[in-house]
Design a protein around this ligand. Structure first.
Ligand code: SAM
Length: 216
């Protein structure tokens, strides 16, 4: 019995569909994933609120609307193989796993990666592989990816991620300063990479070789 089902429905009605997210598969994925179970039990009552929630190690799980918007912009298809940079709680990875055939998710904090991996396994996801490491370098062993999503703020687009994008692939990433970014959508056609900017957002920093320095 999922006692948070009604809260999840309200979240979808008011925060997601109510704000213009139309993709039926994205709405269905957000209806299916029990977001609260990816948070510590003490935070379950905040899981469906219209705000980010702290998840430990100074990190956050994004506001539900931002997860929905980024997923809609990513335009995931059933056969896609996806790279998710910034596992955090594992919620975005679970949403992607509802839509794609295979998800590789990479997180720089080993404790977050470990906790997300265990929770995702206990929810029955067999198509998510969680890795610990610097996601600014992508995850070369499973490249190329049809879709790449980055859920931490980058000062510029990491070249390693563009190089691990499959032909006809798409990448969604927040790019900008430490305090304000814009979502960018990159499309690859052969050697041609083009991007468009979407809405302003605020994410925690992407820290690594092709992102921010931890001391910045
Ligand atoms: N997608 C997550 C979720 O659904 O809970 C939320 C992501 S949180 C906003 C950003 C995450 O990116 C943090 O967990 C942070 O530790 C991680 N991160 C930052 N730099 C990273 C890097 N270079 N490689 C992998 N993860 C990184």
């Amino acid at each position: 019995m999922d006692s948070y089902k009604a809260e999840r429905e309200r979240m979808i009605e008011h925060q997601i569909a109510g704000r213009g997210i139309k993709n039926k598969d994205v709405l269905e994925a957000m209806r299916s994933v029990p977001r609260h179970l990816l948070l510590p039990k003490s935070d379950w009552d905040y899981a469906y609120g219209d705000f980010p929630v702290r998840i430990g190690s100074g990190q956050t799980i994004s506001q539900p609307f931002i997860v929905a918007l980024m997923t809609e912009l990513l335009d995931v298809r059933p056969a896609d193989r996806v790279l998710d940079v910034g596992t955090g709680s594992g919620y975005q990875a679970a949403i992607l796993a509802e839509l794609a055939s295979e998800v590789h998710s990479i997180e720089r904090y080993p404790d977050l990666a470990d906790s997300a991996s265990k929770k995702l396994a206990s929810l029955g996801y067999t198509n998510i592989h969680v890795h610990t490491g610097d996601g600014t370098l992508g995850y070369p062993p499973a490249a190329p990816y049809d879709r790449i999503i980055v859920t931490a703020a980058s000062p510029s687009i990491p070249e390693a991620l563009l190089s691990q994008l499959a032909n006809e692939g798409r990448l969604v990433i927040p790019v900008g300063s430490r305090h304000l970014q814009h979502l960018e959508v990159w499309n690859r056609k052969g050697d041609d990479f083009r991007h468009e900017s979407s809405i302003p957002v605020v994410f925690v920093p992407l820290i690594g070789e092709q992102g921010w320095d931890a001391n910045d």
